[in-house]
Write a protein that binds this ligand. Sequence first.
Ligand SMILES: [Zn+2]
Ligand SMILES: [Zn+2]
Length: 174
Amino acid sequence: MHFDNYGGEAARLAAELANLTGPPAPDDLEPLLAAHGIVRRRLTAAQAEDLWAWSRSLAVCFGRQGLEERCEAVNSLLAEASSAPRISLHDGRPHLHYSAPGSDAAAHIRAVTAAGLAYVVCSAAPERLGRCARATCGLAFVDTSRNGRRTYCSVRCANNDAVARHRARSGRQG
Ligand SMILES: [Zn+2]
Ligand SMILES: [Zn+2]
């Protein structure tokens, strides 16, 4: 299985946006957008606000849920993002651009993240849009592991949970 730019990077950006805990300032968004290959990342306050609302819809797509429910959630993102995808040849090789040149920067990010989630659902596996199993965490993540059985957002959460389980077991025994 293989995550290309959109399936991997765009879905991971969707997870990061889903994990925002409050309306972000444009300055806070910029490094996050840069880390995931978004070129137009100087946003206005209004665009940042727009993405905060969008991030709440992205959040709905992660975690344990039925296939139909997940597809419906991603479909409503695609419908809302409806952007004019097109094949571009600007670097010599045909590849999809998910919004028209000159589209609004926030609209572009909406289109890319919706497409990224759709790509994971259709080309990888829906369960790969996960949420951390550690009760006190619950962060959204994209499982790009080979076997697709990741249950924690990070090694740190996996280790903390393992320690907690070990303590609970020792407690019962002793
Ligand atoms: Zn391109
Ligand atoms: Zn976690």
